[in-house]
Ligand binder design. Structure first.
Ligand code: MG
Length: 273
């Protein structure tokens, strides 16, 4: 009797299992096939051999331009730069391997235009800096300069070593849009380093946004913007919005505040398109 009860039970369990298997969606049943194909899989099945990445020789030190970089400033001259307002040769001061903002002549921008890129820039606020808030070593790197003045997308440059200001206007901020994730600013007199990945916005034929812009920024090796999706151009007043463009120069800001001018060195870019 016990035997026939247990056979009956075993049979019931089997029937229940089959019904449950048949009532599963096709995808779940395919899971069984996948696991059997995993059993037969070879390591070679998931190896990819093409396309082969190009060889890039890194710089001798981290921060030095790699072999495929376009060097925008190597300490010698401003041949890659023009004045924003009239496209005449850039008139900032070059001395001791460093370029220094000339506030009297205004902002400068690259002769070349870019879309997506990796950018390296080093900047230094002078040791004798004066002023407070936004009027203390203010400059900026416009990741795309879409017009004269401050038109475009500004990654802020400012002395924020013990200098309080609105947090979406600190160094490392996407101006008036993205608060930096940390404040790793070095003190005045020391060099700061930005390593930036810029994904340019793209636009449809009617000027509407196809894909927004993204910025990733390392500030002295510390992540301060993590694939941040921009809301449009950076504006001093008002809400940001996009304006269609295809490629644009990179602009360095001569800010109108009265504090001592800041300096830049070792600027290079790797276009990614
Ligand atoms: Mg600025």
């Amino acid at each position: 009797m016990r035997n026939s009860v247990s056979s009956l039970l075993a049979y019931a369990v089997l029937v229940a299992a089959s019904v449950s298997l048949l009532s599963q969606p096709a995808g779940a049943r395919q899971g069984q096939a996948t696991s059997s194909s995993q059993t037969n899989a070879k390591p070679e099945d998931t190896e990819v051999w093409e396309p082969v990445p190009k060889v890039v020789t890194p710089g001798p030190t981290c921060g030095a331009p790699p072999s495929d970089a376009i060097v925008l400033f190597d300490g010698k001259n401003l041949d890659e730069w023009v004045s924003v307002k009239d496209k005449s040769p850039a008139q900032w001061t070059v001395s001791d391997g460093v370029m220094t903002v000339n506030k009297a002549v205004g902002s400068i921008e690259t002769k070349r235009a870019f879309k997506d890129y990796q950018l390296h820039v080093e900047w230094r606020v002078p040791e004798n800096i004066s002023g407070t808030g936004q009027a203390r070593g203010n400059s900026g790197i416009f990741l795309a300069s879409t017009g004269t003045g401050d038109a475009g997308y500004e990654l802020q440059v400012l002395d924020v070593y013990n200098n309080k200001t609105y947090v979406n206007g600190m160094a490392g901020s996407i101006y008036k849009q993205a608060i930096p994730l940390a404040n790793p600013c070095r003190k005045p007199g020391e060099w700061n380093v930005y390593d930036i990945v810029w994904t340019a916005p793209t636009f449809n034929g009617d000027g509407s946004v196809k894909t927004p812009a993204y910025a990733t920024v390392l500030f002295n090796g510390v992540l301060v913007e993590n694939h941040y999706e921009l809301k449009g151009e950076t504006l001093y007043i008002g809400k940001p919005f996009y304006k269609a463009y295809t490629s644009a120069p990179i602009k360095l800001q001569a800010h109108g505040d009265k504090s001592e001018p800041i300096s830049f060195r070792n600027i290079w870019v790797r276009p990614l398109e």
